[in-house]
Design a protein around this ligand. Structure first.
Ligand SMILES: Cc1ncc(COP(=O)(O)O)c(C=O)c1O
Length: 292
């Protein structure tokens, strides 16, 4: 993402992002001196195409749109394929680069191969497609990109920044991905995450105060939870820490206060008594905040 953004924009430029956005992206923008223009999204269909159209028409200086169409962090939504051609077309019309971030597509429960990337609709090299291998092994820090008409620029930036990556890890990853073991790994991972996600969602339903809302994503490890009106997720974060519970408060997913009553829960571990107790505790704390 760093390379893609550096290839298409200069410090001071504006980048359109989905809102709420992965906080890591907001950190990258800030570190590169770029400004974020937040585009509203739906928890079910993703980026609002109407809002994108208005933004690109009224803000002529936008250099790129960063988009995570498949299982976005934190909302977990998947943009229907029927909507994917439009953002590519709109951006091409306004000469705005599309930077597509694809870390989680293979975690979609049902037929992930059918959720295509926006890159499939790219006709003139306007989409930079960035794929992370984090579903294989996040610690390996491997990924690949197809950088469309910025290919030469990206190669130069990569070479100037880090030269090539360590080869052994790449060979190991390639061997694993090329074997049937990778598919089995993904199959097992999807099933484990589905069980953990559903058990966590049930626990939120049992323990959190009434008025709490939750979107159930079609895969992955994240739950985006809306606390009852007015409850501060920053206050919940502070209250939960001394109990050894860490949540992601909504405020870190936007430069505005729009998501201050939301939290993101991650379910990467087996749902056991400890997890159940932690969610019960979190529910009590949320109820206390709600009452305060
Ligand atoms: C949407 C999104 N993009 C990128 C990343 C970072 O991926 P990596 O660990 O490969 O740097 C994450 C990690 O959580 C993410 O959620």
């Amino acid at each position: 993402m760093n390379l893609a953004l550096r290839a298409v924009a200069q410090p001071g430029d504006t980048i359109a992002v989905e809102s709420p956005a992965f906080f890591g992206l907001l950190q990258i923008l800030e570190s590169l001196g770029l400004r974020a223009l937040e585009i509203p999204t739906s928890p079910t269909t993703g980026l609002s195409l109407e809002a994108l159209d208005i933004a690109l028409t009224t803000c002529p200086g936008v250099k790129a749109l960063v988009v995570v169409p498949n299982l976005r962090n934190p909302l977990g939504c998947v943009m229907p394929d029927a909507r994917k051609a439009e953002p590519v077309r709109l951006c091409a019309r306004h000469r705005v680069a599309v930077i597509e971030d694809e870390p989680y597509r293979e975690l979609i429960d049902d037929q992930p191969e059918r959720a295509r990337p926006l890159k499939a609709w790219d006709r003139d090299g306007g989409v930079i497609y960035c794929v992370s291998l984090k579903v294989l092994a996040p610690g390996m820090r491997l990924g690949w990109m197809s950088s469309g008409r910025w290919r030469a620029r990206v190669r130069l930036l990569k070479f100037a920044q880090t030269r090539h990556n360590e080869s052994l890890a790449q060979f190991v990853a390639a061997e694993f991905i090329g074997s049937g073991t990778y598919e089995r790994h993904l199959h097992r991972l999807r099933e484990k995450l589905r069980v953990q996600r559903e058990a966590s969602a049930d626990a939120v339903g049992r323990y959190f105060p009434s008025g709490t809302r939750l979107s159930l994503p079609p895969g992955g490890l994240l739950l985006w939870v809306a606390l009852p009106d007015g409850a501060s997720s920053d206050a919940l974060f502070e209250a939960a820490l001394p109990h050894g519970i860490r949540i992601a408060p909504g405020s870190i997913f936007s430069n505005s206060a729009r998501f201050r009553s939301y939290i993101r829960l991650s379910c990467p571990r087996p749902f056991d008594e400890r997890m159940d107790a932690a969610l019960r505790q979190l529910g009590h704390l949320a109820a206390r905040l709600d009452a305060a």
